[in-house]
Design a protein around this ligand. Structure first.
Ligand code: 4UV
Length: 528
């Protein structure tokens, strides 16, 4: 048994991402604004965007970069991100998008693991990018600084070459378009192999229910480097010829100013932004009446909080669920789903099949028919958007993707008789801080390098606001006088800001199974 999407299957064309998005663009759409830089209001229309994509693909091809090569992209949301991202794919290369908050060491790890030979960045991130590039042997002429920097090619230089876009041929069903990094259900970040068809499929699957139209001005504050921003903004919004209004980072006054000034209509967020929208007094000082929908994903949205946002802004509020390994969306409350409970993540999207499996018995739970809600079980999903596997890691792939093609999400969910799925818990070790992934294994390894720490375990706990934060349980070496603040500082000095440990508790022993696996459930308590 399993349950399928309540929606009819949609056709998924066997096209590259570029051909799917721009191959048959109407002449009339070429002059529409594709990207609007929020801070300056500068507009890039579809004609200019496509021209830039082609020129970047041409410049890469002229440097011998194409099918089989991996190109790193380390940048916050600036309009040129779209040109570079799609330029890399257009050249036949694979883009590995890197979290702009990463330390030089994190960047180097991703470049090394993905075997990237070329890197794009922006000048504020150049010190980190340069250090990482040097570690993996990427030379200065292969490190493009979009806004320009002495000794590096700039975006302007590449565009000025006016090199024709190459003729590339590959099978979209097997050729890797992107390699985002995700820790999945366990361990350190791994390269998630997503094909062109995976990305095309996810846009086709969500499109009929998302309600993004050509007249929408979509606020693009969610990072393009994360799979949520990549698929929903860079791909789905551009597919619909909407305008993306870019913001490089979240800042409430600037966010409100841009939404009001640009008259944004569709705002994609992660739950922490909902807190600000529901509660901050500043919100009342701006005219946000242009917004018809706020859509939240990447972490659980509190039902009351979502309701408060909807009431305050006078707009629809929607929630979706996804995972990098599913390109990412598998569930979303549709634009016309006013009756779908907001604490659910909505029905399964088209072309997908799911199971809820009891993690103890590996038996599927019984699905309700007339009314009621199922027992909880681990959510397993299958569909054309599910990844090819983890790069160079067949063992992790086999642990996550089963022989029948179901991806084991590591999330615990229930389903109601109407097919709406509710995420109720997390089985996997992953922590989400403000929607960003924090892999505990990485923090535990770091903590163990401290001479006064004998053992450590890191889990997610809820703070007073109901937001998940990383908490370290630390076993001190005998006679060590280490304090909680010292532990917090030790980690903070070595990791990017979202991975900081924000709570510390000293314990005598880390609970472990006979096989030595940390028993995280025994450490999670209802409050921080
Ligand atoms: O791999 P990842 O960082 O991926 C994401 C993707 C989220 C998206 C993307 C597009 C959407 O339209 C959308 O609605 C959501 O976050 O992390 C995957 C894990 O994040 C948790 C869950 O544990 C996933 O396995 N997660 C994501 N969305 C939700 C969530 C949610 N709505 N409720 C609870 N947990």
């Amino acid at each position: 048994m399993s349950f399928r999407s309540p929606f009819p299957d949609v056709e998924i064309p066997a096209l590259s991402v570029y051909d799917f998005l721009f191959g048959s663009i109407a002449e009339a759409d070429l002059g529409r604004p594709a990207l609007i830089e929020g801070a300056s209001g500068a507009v890039t229309d579809y004609r200019a965007l496509i021209g830039q994509i082609d020129a970047i693909a041409g410049a890469l091809a002229a440097r011998g970069v194409g099918v089989g090569d991996v190109v790193g992209l380390l940048s916050p949301n600036v309009p040129a991100f779209a040109s570079v991202f799609h330029g890399i794919l257009r050249a036949g290369a694979t883009a590995t998008t890197i979290n702009a908050l990463y330390t030089a060491e994190d960047i180097a790890k991703q470049l090394e693991d993905s075997k990237a030979t070329f890197l794009f960045t922006v000048s504020p991130l150049l010190p980190h990018a340069k250090e990482a590039a040097a570690k993996v042997g990427i030379a200065d002429d292969h490190l493009v600084v979009l806004d320009g920097a002495e000794g590096h090619p700039s975006l302007r230089d590449l565009l000025a070459e006016n090199a024709p876009a190459p003729e590339v041929s590959f099978d979209p069903a097997t050729h890797l378009a992107v390699l985002p990094y995700s820790s999945g259900t366990t361990g350190r970040p791994k390269g998630v192999m997503l094909t062109h068809t995976n990305l095309v499929a996810n846009v086709c699957q969500i499109n009929p229910r998302m309600g993004i139209g050509a007249d929408d001005k979509v606020l693009a504050v969610l990072p393009f480097f994360h799979i949520y921003g990549m698929t929903v903004l860079l791909n789905a919004a551009l597919y619909n010829r909407a305008s993306l209004v870019t913001m490089p980072k979240f800042d409430l006054p600037e966010f409100l100013r841009i939404v009001a000034e640009q008259k944004c209509t569709y705002v994609f967020i992660a739950p922490p932004v909902a807190v600000a929208l529901a509660k901050h007094p500043l919100v009342d000082q701006f005219d946000l009446s242009s917004v018809h929908t706020v859509f939240s994903g990447a972490a659980p949205l509190d039902k009351e909080l979502g309701g408060a946002v909807s009431a305050r802004l006078g707009c629809k509020i929607r929630q979706g669920y996804g995972m990098s390994e599913m390109s990412p969306v598998s569930h979303a409350i549709p634009f016309d789903g006013d009756d779908v409970p907001l604490d659910s993540v909505g029905p399964t999207i088209a072309n997908m099949e799911c199971k809820l499996v009891d993690p103890g018995t590996l038996e599927e739970v019984a699905y309700p028919t007339g009314e009621g809600v199922s027992e909880p079980g681990e959510l397993w999903c299958k569909g054309p958007n599910v990844m090819f596997g983890y790069l160079g890691n067949p063992q992790a792939t086999a642990e996550t993707l089963d022989a029948d093609g179901f991806l084991h999400t590591g999330d615990i969910a229930t389903v109601d008789a109407a097919g709406n799925v509710t995420i109720v818990d997390r089985l996997k070790e992953l922590i989400k801080y403000k929607g960003y992934q924090v892999p505990p294994a990485e923090l535990e390894a770091l903590l163990l390098t401290h001479p006064q720490i004998a053992d450590a375990a890191v889990v997610g706990v809820l703070d007073d606001e109901g937001e998940e934060v990383p908490k370290a349980f630390v076993v001190r070496q005998p006679n060590a006088e280490l304090t909680e603040d010292e532990v917090i500082e030790f980690v903070a000095e070595r990791v990017s800001p979202h991975k900081k440990v924000r709570r510390v508790q000293f314990i005598d022993i880390v609970p472990k199974s006979a096989a030595g696996k940390i028993l995280r459930k025994d450490l999670r308590t209802p409050t921080a």
